[in-house]
Design a protein around this ligand. Structure first.
Ligand SMILES: NC(=O)c1ccc[n+]([C@@H]2O[C@H](COP(=O)([O-])OP(=O)(O)OC[C@H]3O[C@@H](n4cnc5c(N)ncnc54)[C@H](O)[C@@H]3O)[C@@H](O)[C@H]2O)c1
Length: 333
């Protein structure tokens, strides 16, 4: 079985590619390297280019006629940038996705696993969501994910594609063997800021301390990227069974099921680094929300998958990967 992974040179796609290969699946990566890293592409076949490029897809399929499933990770993913440049986001994440589906269809490739996001959910009173919870994307980025899911659903109902949309919660960590990780040394999510400010000896700013959560800070569902990657392997292996039981456009939440507040994240970080971390309370930033975590059992039931690596492991792997990154892990060899 051969898997085509768009965006396979990115943080999540590259880790998915490694997990696929470890599970005995051949991989072909297609990535335009707009944010992806060439250093992540050495483990299997790699094509540099656009996921919407029909001639390139023709060449890939001619050279790998055994591709029978596509994991579509390629996307622009920066929320504030999507607010400033919505047309670029809709074009890349929706328009090019439609082009890709058309090219796959020409070649009779109908199985698509899609990187969706928990950011599409409307916040709920108890901060939990499952796959039937209301959808209310609050940014153009999140809207592109909800929209592409809807497109997959309509195309699936018309028999043009079969799809499993995986709604990721908050991916953290790195490949446990440190082959891949975040390309950015300074990511803007809470753990990324915590790591950077700790390295600089600066206090960590907690933005939002009056949410109706147990300690007033935002709540998230931090999922180790290796667990996420393993779930893709399960989705590929069980693709036909899942779409047979769920219908041709299945949707599955991928989280730990455990809500972690920002103060709890800081406490876990302190345990990992073995020293206290100073914090400063600030008001929420525009667009911030209290957050959500999954209450769904669907991943366990359909994929026989559950998260295995805990928050502290995710923090440790993120710290170890950052060391590697700063030591030149992405430099040309
Ligand atoms: N990181 C998160 O917190 C998170 C959460 C939920 C969902 N997701 C989804 O997971 C997927 C991967 O995200 P990531 O964190 O690895 O981001 P990333 O930026 O590291 O990876 C995206 C990859 O796609 C490539 N790419 C973008 N547009 C392309 C195009 N038109 N053609 C070919 N390649 C293209 C980039 O070069 C990059 O390698 C995305 O679809 C994202 O929306 C990410």
């Amino acid at each position: 079985m051969t898997v085509l992974i768009t965006g396979g040179a990115g943080f999540i796609g590259s880790t998915v590619a490694t997990a696929c290969r470890e599970a005995g699946l051949a991989t072909v990566v297609l990535d335009d390297l707009s944010t992806g890293a060439r250093a992540f592409t050495s483990g299997g076949a790699f094509y540099e280019g656009d996921a919407a490029d029909g001639a390139l897809i023709d060449r890939i399929v001619a050279e790998h006629p055994d591709i029978d499933v596509v994991i579509h990770c390629a996307a622009k993913i920066v929320v504030p940038e999507s607010v400033e440049q919505p047309l670029d986001y809709y074009e890349n994440n929706v328009g090019k996705g439609i082009d890709l589906l058309g090219h796959l269809r020409r070649h009779g490739i109908e199985r698509v696993v899609f990187s969706s996001s928990a950011s599409i959910y409307r916040a709920s009173d108890d901060f939990t969501v499952d796959e039937r919870s209301p959808i209310e994307p609050l940014s153009p980025y999140a809207a592109t994910k909800a929209m592409f899911e809807a497109i997959l659903r309509d195309a699936a109902l018309a028999g043009q594609v079969r799809a499993i949309s995986l709604r990721y919660f908050n991916p953290i960590g790195a490949d446990p063997q440190l082959r891949t990780g975040l390309q950015l040394a300074e990511p803007s999510h809470a753990l990324g800021r915590l790591i950077r400010l700790h390295a600089e000896g600066a206090p960590f700013t907690i933005t939002g301390v009056d949410w109706p959560t147990r300690d007033g800070t935002g709540i998230r569902d931090y999922i180790h990227v290796w667990d996420l990657a393993r779930a893709h392997v399960a989705a590929v292996r069980r693709f036909d069974a899942v779409t047979a039981s769920e219908g041709p456009a299945a949707v599955i939440n991928l989280g730990t099921g455990e809500g972690v507040t920002v103060r709890e994240l800081v406490a876990a970080f302190e345990r990992v680094v073995g020293e206290p971390v100073a914090t400063v309370d600030l008001p929420p930033r525009p667009g911030d929300s209290a957050g959500v975590y999954t209450r769904s059992e669907r991943a366990r039931e359909l994929l026989d998958w559950e998260a295995e690596l805990d928050l502290e492991r995710g923090i440790r792997d993120a710290l170890a990967w950052r060391e590697r990154l700063l030591a030149g892990a992405l430099s040309p060899r």
